[in-house]
Design a binder for this molecule. Structure first.
Ligand code: PLP
Length: 381
Protein backbone atom coordinates (compact mmCIF):
# COMPACT_ATOMS: atom_id res chain seq x y z
CA UNK A 1 0.00 0.00 0.00
CA UNK A 2 2.97 2.28 0.58
CA UNK A 3 3.50 3.00 -3.10
CA UNK A 4 -0.06 4.29 -3.54
CA UNK A 5 -0.73 8.00 -3.71
CA UNK A 6 -3.74 8.20 -1.39
CA UNK A 7 -5.76 11.37 -2.02
CA UNK A 8 -9.09 10.24 -0.60
CA UNK A 9 -8.94 11.30 3.04
CA UNK A 10 -12.52 12.58 2.94
CA UNK A 11 -13.59 8.96 2.46
CA UNK A 12 -11.44 7.69 5.28
CA UNK A 13 -8.06 8.23 6.91
CA UNK A 14 -5.53 5.69 8.16
CA UNK A 15 -5.42 5.30 11.95
CA UNK A 16 -2.59 7.33 13.46
CA UNK A 17 -0.03 4.96 15.07
CA UNK A 18 -0.35 6.92 18.33
CA UNK A 19 -4.08 6.19 18.27
CA UNK A 20 -3.45 2.48 17.70
CA UNK A 21 -1.05 2.45 20.66
CA UNK A 22 -3.60 4.14 22.92
CA UNK A 23 -6.31 1.65 21.86
CA UNK A 24 -4.22 -1.49 21.99
CA UNK A 25 -4.39 -2.31 25.75
CA UNK A 26 -8.20 -2.11 25.69
CA UNK A 27 -8.59 -5.04 23.33
CA UNK A 28 -7.08 -7.77 25.52
CA UNK A 29 -5.35 -6.63 28.73
CA UNK A 30 -7.93 -4.08 29.83
CA UNK A 31 -10.94 -5.75 28.30
CA UNK A 32 -13.50 -5.11 31.06
CA UNK A 33 -17.06 -3.95 30.63
CA UNK A 34 -17.35 -0.38 31.93
CA UNK A 35 -20.65 -1.30 33.62
CA UNK A 36 -19.07 -4.08 35.71
CA UNK A 37 -18.61 -3.24 39.36
CA UNK A 38 -15.21 -4.85 39.84
CA UNK A 39 -11.63 -3.71 39.22
CA UNK A 40 -11.58 -4.87 35.60
CA UNK A 41 -14.77 -2.95 34.86
CA UNK A 42 -13.45 0.08 36.70
CA UNK A 43 -10.33 0.20 34.52
CA UNK A 44 -12.55 0.29 31.42
CA UNK A 45 -14.91 2.79 33.01
CA UNK A 46 -12.01 5.11 33.86
CA UNK A 47 -10.79 4.88 30.26
CA UNK A 48 -14.23 5.89 28.95
CA UNK A 49 -14.37 8.75 31.46
CA UNK A 50 -10.94 9.96 30.30
CA UNK A 51 -12.05 9.71 26.69
CA UNK A 52 -15.22 11.66 27.37
CA UNK A 53 -13.23 14.46 29.04
CA UNK A 54 -10.69 14.48 26.23
CA UNK A 55 -13.22 14.44 23.39
CA UNK A 56 -15.21 17.19 25.11
CA UNK A 57 -12.10 19.34 25.60
CA UNK A 58 -11.25 19.02 21.89
CA UNK A 59 -14.50 20.77 20.92
CA UNK A 60 -14.95 23.10 23.91
CA UNK A 61 -17.72 21.02 25.50
CA UNK A 62 -18.27 19.49 28.95
CA UNK A 63 -17.81 15.76 29.33
CA UNK A 64 -21.50 15.27 30.24
CA UNK A 65 -22.39 16.61 26.79
CA UNK A 66 -20.65 13.81 24.84
CA UNK A 67 -22.55 10.69 23.74
CA UNK A 68 -20.43 7.98 22.12
CA UNK A 69 -22.04 6.29 19.11
CA UNK A 70 -21.07 3.90 16.32
CA UNK A 71 -20.08 6.72 13.95
CA UNK A 72 -21.17 9.79 12.07
CA UNK A 73 -24.22 8.09 10.60
CA UNK A 74 -25.62 7.12 13.99
CA UNK A 75 -24.82 10.53 15.50
CA UNK A 76 -26.68 12.27 12.67
CA UNK A 77 -29.67 9.94 13.05
CA UNK A 78 -29.73 10.44 16.83
CA UNK A 79 -29.55 14.21 16.46
CA UNK A 80 -32.31 14.45 13.85
CA UNK A 81 -34.75 11.75 14.94
CA UNK A 82 -33.93 12.00 18.64
CA UNK A 83 -34.48 15.75 18.93
CA UNK A 84 -37.42 16.08 16.53
CA UNK A 85 -39.33 13.22 18.15
CA UNK A 86 -38.58 14.56 21.65
CA UNK A 87 -40.03 17.93 20.60
CA UNK A 88 -42.98 16.60 18.59
CA UNK A 89 -45.47 18.26 20.96
CA UNK A 90 -43.79 21.63 20.45
CA UNK A 91 -43.69 21.66 16.66
CA UNK A 92 -43.65 19.62 13.48
CA UNK A 93 -41.19 21.43 11.22
CA UNK A 94 -37.52 20.64 10.52
CA UNK A 95 -35.13 22.41 8.18
CA UNK A 96 -32.04 21.07 6.49
CA UNK A 97 -30.09 21.74 3.28
CA UNK A 98 -29.90 20.12 -0.13
CA UNK A 99 -26.20 19.25 0.27
CA UNK A 100 -26.28 17.31 3.53
CA UNK A 101 -24.88 13.81 3.82
CA UNK A 102 -27.53 11.12 3.41
CA UNK A 103 -27.20 10.32 7.12
CA UNK A 104 -28.89 13.69 7.74
CA UNK A 105 -31.20 13.81 4.72
CA UNK A 106 -32.62 10.32 5.17
CA UNK A 107 -33.68 10.71 8.83
CA UNK A 108 -35.22 14.07 7.90
CA UNK A 109 -37.20 12.32 5.16
CA UNK A 110 -38.20 9.63 7.66
CA UNK A 111 -39.61 12.33 9.91
CA UNK A 112 -41.76 13.55 7.05
CA UNK A 113 -42.76 10.09 5.81
CA UNK A 114 -43.42 8.33 9.09
CA UNK A 115 -44.01 10.99 11.70
CA UNK A 116 -45.96 13.72 9.96
CA UNK A 117 -43.27 16.41 10.06
CA UNK A 118 -42.97 19.16 7.48
CA UNK A 119 -39.51 19.20 5.94
CA UNK A 120 -37.89 22.24 4.35
CA UNK A 121 -34.77 21.50 2.30
CA UNK A 122 -32.89 24.74 1.73
CA UNK A 123 -31.19 25.43 -1.60
CA UNK A 124 -27.54 26.48 -1.86
CA UNK A 125 -25.79 28.88 -4.21
CA UNK A 126 -23.50 27.74 -7.04
CA UNK A 127 -20.61 27.37 -4.55
CA UNK A 128 -22.69 25.26 -2.18
CA UNK A 129 -23.27 27.96 0.45
CA UNK A 130 -26.54 28.22 2.37
CA UNK A 131 -27.88 31.77 2.57
CA UNK A 132 -28.75 32.64 6.22
CA UNK A 133 -31.51 34.96 5.00
CA UNK A 134 -33.18 32.10 3.14
CA UNK A 135 -32.96 30.08 6.32
CA UNK A 136 -34.44 32.92 8.34
CA UNK A 137 -37.43 33.09 6.00
CA UNK A 138 -37.97 29.34 6.34
CA UNK A 139 -38.15 29.41 10.16
CA UNK A 140 -41.67 29.43 11.52
CA UNK A 141 -43.41 28.97 14.86
CA UNK A 142 -43.45 25.20 14.59
CA UNK A 143 -39.76 24.78 13.60
CA UNK A 144 -38.04 22.60 16.19
CA UNK A 145 -34.72 21.74 14.55
CA UNK A 146 -32.33 23.02 11.88
CA UNK A 147 -29.44 20.89 10.57
CA UNK A 148 -26.68 22.44 8.44
CA UNK A 149 -23.31 20.77 7.94
CA UNK A 150 -20.10 22.56 8.96
CA UNK A 151 -18.22 21.51 5.81
CA UNK A 152 -19.43 19.55 2.82
CA UNK A 153 -17.82 16.21 2.05
CA UNK A 154 -18.14 16.35 -1.75
CA UNK A 155 -17.19 19.93 -2.55
CA UNK A 156 -15.44 21.05 0.65
CA UNK A 157 -17.52 24.22 1.06
CA UNK A 158 -17.72 25.72 4.57
CA UNK A 159 -21.14 26.86 5.76
CA UNK A 160 -21.83 30.07 7.75
CA UNK A 161 -22.72 28.18 10.93
CA UNK A 162 -22.16 31.13 13.30
CA UNK A 163 -24.60 33.37 11.40
CA UNK A 164 -27.12 30.56 11.20
CA UNK A 165 -26.75 29.86 14.93
CA UNK A 166 -27.46 33.51 15.73
CA UNK A 167 -30.76 33.20 13.84
CA UNK A 168 -31.85 29.89 15.35
CA UNK A 169 -30.87 31.00 18.87
CA UNK A 170 -32.93 34.18 18.55
CA UNK A 171 -35.97 32.03 17.69
CA UNK A 172 -35.33 29.35 20.32
CA UNK A 173 -34.81 26.73 17.59
CA UNK A 174 -32.20 24.00 18.08
CA UNK A 175 -29.28 23.76 15.63
CA UNK A 176 -27.41 20.59 14.69
CA UNK A 177 -24.26 20.55 12.58
CA UNK A 178 -22.46 17.59 11.00
CA UNK A 179 -18.79 18.41 11.61
CA UNK A 180 -17.47 15.04 10.43
CA UNK A 181 -15.34 16.56 7.65
CA UNK A 182 -14.46 19.77 9.45
CA UNK A 183 -13.03 18.61 12.74
CA UNK A 184 -9.76 17.22 11.37
CA UNK A 185 -8.88 20.38 9.50
CA UNK A 186 -10.54 23.35 11.21
CA UNK A 187 -11.00 24.55 14.79
CA UNK A 188 -14.39 23.30 16.00
CA UNK A 189 -15.68 24.89 19.20
CA UNK A 190 -19.32 24.31 20.09
CA UNK A 191 -19.72 27.63 21.89
CA UNK A 192 -18.09 29.79 19.29
CA UNK A 193 -20.14 28.02 16.59
CA UNK A 194 -23.25 28.36 18.77
CA UNK A 195 -24.61 24.89 17.96
CA UNK A 196 -26.73 22.66 20.18
CA UNK A 197 -25.75 19.34 18.62
CA UNK A 198 -22.62 18.37 16.68
CA UNK A 199 -21.66 15.13 14.93
CA UNK A 200 -18.15 13.61 14.97
CA UNK A 201 -16.76 10.46 13.36
CA UNK A 202 -13.52 8.64 14.23
CA UNK A 203 -12.35 7.46 10.83
CA UNK A 204 -12.19 10.90 9.21
CA UNK A 205 -9.71 12.16 11.84
CA UNK A 206 -7.13 9.35 11.93
CA UNK A 207 -9.18 7.37 14.44
CA UNK A 208 -10.91 4.02 14.00
CA UNK A 209 -13.97 3.24 11.92
CA UNK A 210 -17.21 2.39 13.69
CA UNK A 211 -16.92 5.01 16.42
CA UNK A 212 -18.31 8.51 16.64
CA UNK A 213 -19.83 10.95 19.05
CA UNK A 214 -22.69 13.35 19.29
CA UNK A 215 -22.26 16.55 21.25
CA UNK A 216 -25.58 17.39 22.95
CA UNK A 217 -25.72 20.76 24.68
CA UNK A 218 -26.85 20.46 28.30
CA UNK A 219 -30.65 20.61 28.57
CA UNK A 220 -31.32 19.60 24.95
CA UNK A 221 -34.15 17.06 24.81
CA UNK A 222 -33.23 13.87 22.91
CA UNK A 223 -35.19 10.66 22.57
CA UNK A 224 -32.94 7.59 22.31
CA UNK A 225 -33.02 5.44 19.19
CA UNK A 226 -31.54 2.35 20.89
CA UNK A 227 -33.13 0.94 24.02
CA UNK A 228 -31.46 -1.47 26.38
CA UNK A 229 -29.00 -1.22 29.23
CA UNK A 230 -29.18 2.57 29.48
CA UNK A 231 -25.50 3.35 28.76
CA UNK A 232 -24.52 6.89 27.66
CA UNK A 233 -27.04 8.51 30.02
CA UNK A 234 -29.79 6.38 28.54
CA UNK A 235 -29.27 7.97 25.11
CA UNK A 236 -27.33 5.14 23.51
CA UNK A 237 -27.73 1.70 25.03
CA UNK A 238 -25.16 -0.97 24.26
CA UNK A 239 -21.86 -2.00 25.85
CA UNK A 240 -19.35 0.71 25.11
CA UNK A 241 -16.75 0.15 22.38
CA UNK A 242 -13.92 0.94 24.80
CA UNK A 243 -10.96 0.67 22.37
CA UNK A 244 -12.88 2.71 19.81
CA UNK A 245 -13.84 5.35 22.34
CA UNK A 246 -10.23 5.67 23.54
CA UNK A 247 -9.14 5.83 19.89
CA UNK A 248 -11.63 8.54 18.98
CA UNK A 249 -10.62 10.69 21.95
CA UNK A 250 -6.91 10.26 21.22
CA UNK A 251 -7.48 11.11 17.56
CA UNK A 252 -9.42 14.27 18.47
CA UNK A 253 -6.71 15.29 20.93
CA UNK A 254 -3.99 14.89 18.29
CA UNK A 255 -6.10 16.71 15.69
CA UNK A 256 -6.66 19.66 18.02
CA UNK A 257 -2.94 19.92 18.84
CA UNK A 258 -1.63 19.55 15.29
CA UNK A 259 -4.38 21.25 13.33
CA UNK A 260 -2.85 24.70 12.70
CA UNK A 261 0.32 23.29 11.20
CA UNK A 262 -1.56 20.60 9.26
CA UNK A 263 -4.15 23.01 7.87
CA UNK A 264 -1.45 25.41 6.65
CA UNK A 265 0.55 22.66 4.98
CA UNK A 266 -2.48 20.96 3.42
CA UNK A 267 -3.82 24.33 2.27
CA UNK A 268 -0.71 25.17 0.31
CA UNK A 269 -0.58 21.70 -1.31
CA UNK A 270 -4.28 21.96 -2.15
CA UNK A 271 -3.70 25.34 -3.80
CA UNK A 272 -0.87 23.85 -5.84
CA UNK A 273 -3.14 21.00 -6.92
CA UNK A 274 -6.03 23.31 -7.85
CA UNK A 275 -3.80 25.69 -9.80
CA UNK A 276 -2.07 22.78 -11.55
CA UNK A 277 -5.32 21.06 -12.55
CA UNK A 278 -6.97 24.24 -13.79
CA UNK A 279 -3.85 25.07 -15.83
CA UNK A 280 -3.28 21.62 -17.32
CA UNK A 281 -6.76 20.17 -17.89
CA UNK A 282 -8.78 22.10 -20.50
CA UNK A 283 -12.28 23.08 -19.31
CA UNK A 284 -11.64 21.77 -15.79
CA UNK A 285 -14.08 23.30 -13.35
CA UNK A 286 -13.40 23.68 -9.62
CA UNK A 287 -16.54 22.73 -7.69
CA UNK A 288 -17.40 24.20 -4.30
CA UNK A 289 -16.29 27.55 -2.95
CA UNK A 290 -12.97 28.88 -4.31
CA UNK A 291 -11.74 30.09 -0.90
CA UNK A 292 -14.27 29.15 1.82
CA UNK A 293 -13.44 25.48 1.61
CA UNK A 294 -11.68 22.77 3.62
CA UNK A 295 -7.90 23.25 3.42
CA UNK A 296 -7.37 19.64 2.35
CA UNK A 297 -10.09 19.45 -0.30
CA UNK A 298 -10.07 19.97 -4.07
CA UNK A 299 -12.99 18.84 -6.23
CA UNK A 300 -13.48 19.23 -9.96
CA UNK A 301 -15.65 18.42 -12.92
CA UNK A 302 -13.98 17.44 -16.18
CA UNK A 303 -16.69 17.86 -18.82
CA UNK A 304 -16.65 15.12 -21.43
CA UNK A 305 -15.34 12.31 -19.22
CA UNK A 306 -17.10 10.15 -16.67
CA UNK A 307 -15.74 10.71 -13.14
CA UNK A 308 -15.78 6.96 -12.50
CA UNK A 309 -13.62 6.40 -15.58
CA UNK A 310 -11.05 8.96 -14.38
CA UNK A 311 -11.06 7.26 -11.01
CA UNK A 312 -10.36 3.84 -12.53
CA UNK A 313 -7.57 5.17 -14.78
CA UNK A 314 -5.94 7.04 -11.89
CA UNK A 315 -6.33 3.95 -9.71
CA UNK A 316 -4.52 1.87 -12.34
CA UNK A 317 -1.62 4.33 -11.98
CA UNK A 318 -1.62 4.05 -8.18
CA UNK A 319 -3.52 7.25 -7.43
CA UNK A 320 -6.54 6.93 -5.13
CA UNK A 321 -9.23 9.58 -5.28
CA UNK A 322 -13.00 9.64 -5.47
CA UNK A 323 -15.64 10.41 -8.04
CA UNK A 324 -17.71 12.22 -5.43
CA UNK A 325 -18.74 10.63 -2.21
CA UNK A 326 -17.41 7.14 -1.42
CA UNK A 327 -20.44 6.64 0.83
CA UNK A 328 -22.55 6.54 -2.30
CA UNK A 329 -20.23 4.40 -4.34
CA UNK A 330 -22.12 2.16 -6.71
CA UNK A 331 -24.80 4.76 -7.25
CA UNK A 332 -25.41 5.72 -10.85
CA UNK A 333 -27.45 8.78 -9.90
CA UNK A 334 -25.65 12.09 -10.29
CA UNK A 335 -24.55 13.52 -6.95
CA UNK A 336 -27.38 15.35 -5.14
CA UNK A 337 -24.77 17.84 -3.93
CA UNK A 338 -23.55 18.77 -7.41
CA UNK A 339 -27.12 18.97 -8.68
CA UNK A 340 -27.93 21.32 -5.79
CA UNK A 341 -25.06 23.56 -6.95
CA UNK A 342 -26.93 23.86 -10.25
CA UNK A 343 -24.72 21.63 -12.37
CA UNK A 344 -26.37 19.72 -15.19
CA UNK A 345 -26.56 15.96 -14.62
CA UNK A 346 -24.08 15.23 -17.44
CA UNK A 347 -21.53 17.60 -15.85
CA UNK A 348 -22.19 16.24 -12.34
CA UNK A 349 -21.27 12.78 -13.63
CA UNK A 350 -17.76 14.05 -14.44
CA UNK A 351 -16.85 14.86 -10.81
CA UNK A 352 -13.53 13.89 -9.26
CA UNK A 353 -12.54 14.68 -5.67
CA UNK A 354 -9.04 14.82 -4.21
CA UNK A 355 -8.73 15.07 -0.44
CA UNK A 356 -5.32 15.48 1.16
CA UNK A 357 -4.07 14.17 4.48
CA UNK A 358 -1.28 14.51 7.02
CA UNK A 359 1.02 12.30 5.00
CA UNK A 360 0.43 13.96 1.62
CA UNK A 361 3.63 15.31 0.07
CA UNK A 362 4.40 17.79 -2.68
CA UNK A 363 5.88 14.92 -4.68
CA UNK A 364 2.54 13.11 -4.55
CA UNK A 365 0.67 16.20 -5.71
CA UNK A 366 3.14 16.56 -8.59
CA UNK A 367 2.66 12.90 -9.45
CA UNK A 368 -1.11 13.34 -9.61
CA UNK A 369 -0.62 16.46 -11.71
CA UNK A 370 1.70 14.67 -14.10
CA UNK A 371 -0.81 11.88 -14.74
CA UNK A 372 -4.23 13.55 -14.65
CA UNK A 373 -4.11 15.67 -17.85
CA UNK A 374 -3.20 12.62 -19.97
CA UNK A 375 -5.87 10.52 -18.33
CA UNK A 376 -8.55 13.10 -19.02
CA UNK A 377 -7.44 13.80 -22.59
CA UNK A 378 -7.10 10.05 -23.27
CA UNK A 379 -10.66 9.43 -22.07
CA UNK A 380 -11.96 12.41 -24.02
CA UNK A 381 -10.35 11.07 -27.16
N1 PLP B 1 -21.33 12.95 7.53
C1 PLP B 1 -20.43 13.28 6.60
C2 PLP B 1 -20.33 14.71 6.16
C3 PLP B 1 -19.61 12.31 6.04
O1 PLP B 1 -18.72 12.65 5.10
C4 PLP B 1 -19.75 10.97 6.47
C5 PLP B 1 -18.95 9.88 5.84
O2 PLP B 1 -18.58 9.95 4.70
C6 PLP B 1 -20.70 10.68 7.46
C7 PLP B 1 -21.48 11.69 7.96
C8 PLP B 1 -20.89 9.28 7.97
O3 PLP B 1 -19.93 8.97 8.96
P1 PLP B 1 -19.62 7.44 9.30
O4 PLP B 1 -18.90 6.88 8.14
O5 PLP B 1 -18.77 7.52 10.55
O6 PLP B 1 -20.93 6.78 9.59
Amino acid sequence: MEDLVYLDHAATTPIDRRVVEAMWPYFADRFGNPSSRHPSGEVASRAVAWARETAAAAIGASSSEIIFTSGGTESDNLAILGVALALRDRGDHVITTAIEHSSVLEPCRQLARLHGFRLTVLPVDRFGVVDPETLERALDKSTVLVSVMTANNEVGTLEPIREIAALTRARGVLLHTDAVQAVGALPVDVDSLGVDLLTLSGHKVYGPKGIGALYVRRGTPVRPLLHGGGQERGLRSGTENVPGIVGLATALQIAAAERPEYAARAGSLRDRLIAGVLAAVPEALLTGHPTERLPNHASFCFPGVHGEAVLVELGARGICCSSGSACHAGSTEPSHVLMALGLAADVAHTAVRFSLGRGTTGTEIDEALSVLPDVVSGLRA
